[in-house]
Structure formats: structure tokens, C-alpha cells
Design a protein around this ligand. Structure first.
Ligand code: ZN
Length: 183
């Protein structure tokens, strides 16, 4: 079992996920932007809504709620930040290793680290689904900000267009585009 004091230290560290607003929205001047934790929570709900027996649904849900955990330490580094993909990966990997040393070598801590790594590797069907949800959650939020903040956030739609793989997420994206057309 993880040392309780270290578990508390870990929980305080990941509080940053609730406090850190997603960079993409800050860069676009969105007021009261959502946090990293907000984004992961709705992805977890989306994963619960995927009806696909070929996928391990529980794994998808768990992966959705941990995939950005390292951002509690390194922040939300976007492709525009001037940090190479490799440097970003190494920073985040170090954060995950620090969590594991906080939590100790338990099956639970290993599961969190393994899910994070599986998402990064993007090889399994579950990881690819969660990658889809990551992009889809972003454009759902983008449309919401377009409505609430009266902004045009076209870049988020352009950068994700045609990138969705899972049929359910593709269908959701079409429904979202149709809603956006009505604006
Ligand atoms: Zn994410």
C-alpha cells in the first residue's frame, strides 16, 4: 500500500490539474477557461458513452482521466510553445516517474503509469479511441466558447478535421459540425 502521507502529497500535486487552465483557450483570450481536470473529466464521460464491445471500456475511461496527469507538474505545453515533441515527452515522463516514486511500487501506481504510457504510445485500440476523444472534447469546448464568448475558433476545427478514427466519434463530430453550421 502507498504511504498515506505520500498519497496526500500526490493528491496535492495533481490539484494543479484543477487550477491550470488549458493553454489553447488562454492563447485565444477565453475568459474563465476550463482546467486540464475539466477536460479529462468530460473525456471520461465520453468514454463511458462509447458502445463498442471490441474496446476495453473501463480501460478507456481510466486512460481518459489520467492521460494528462503529467501536466500537473509540467503544465499544458502546446505545439506552439517552442518545445520539441521529444523534450515534452521527457518532461512529462519524468513527472510520471516522480508520481510513481511518491506512490511507491504498487499495482495501482503502476496502472496509472502504464495507462499514461499506453496513451503516449498510441498503438492500442483503446489509446487511439482516447486520442480521438482528446481532440473531440477540445472541439466541443471550442464550439461552446464560440457561443459563450462570441469568438471564431476556426483553428481548432481545422486542425482536427478528418482526424477522427472511431465511427462513434466521427458521428459525434458530424453532429457537432451540423450544430456549428446553425450558428
Ligand atoms: Zn488531453
Amino acid at each position: 500500500m502507498s504511504n498515506p502521507a505520500n498519497v496526500i502529497r500526490f493528491l496535492h500535486t495533481i490539484e494543479n490539474l484543477k487550477r491550470t487552465k488549458r493553454t489553447g483557450w488562454l492563447d485565444n483570450g477565453i475568459q474563465n477557461a476550463e482546467s486540464i481536470a475539466d477536460h479529462m473529466h468530460r473525456m471520461g464521460i465520453m468514454a463511458m458513452l462509447i458502445d463498442d464491445p471490441s474496446l476495453n471500456r473501463e480501460k478507456c475511461i481510466k486512460m481518459a482521466i489520467v492521460h494528462d496527469l503529467a501536466e500537473a507538474v509540467v503544465g499544458d505545453i502546446t505545439p506552439h510553445a517552442g518545445v520539441s515533441k521529444e523534450d515534452k515527452f521527457n518532461l512529462e515522463k519524468n513527472a510520471m516517474v516522480s508520481f510513481q516514486s511518491m506512490l511507491g511500487d504498487t499495482a495501482m501506481a503502476r496502472e496509472i503509469a502504464d495507462l499514461w504510457q499506453e496513451y503516449e504510445d498510441a498503438q492500442t485500440a483503446e489509446a487511439l479511441l482516447v486520442k480521438d476523444l482528446d481532440k473531440f472534447e477540445m472541439i466541443v469546448q471550442a464550439l461552446e466558447y464560440e457561443k459563450s464568448d462570441h469568438k471564431k475558433l476556426q483553428g481548432f476545427f481545422d486542425s482536427t478535421k478528418g482526424k477522427f478514427r472511431h465511427p462513434a466519434v466521427k458521428a459525434w463530430a458530424e453532429a457537432l459540425y451540423a450544430e456549428r453550421e446553425q450558428l
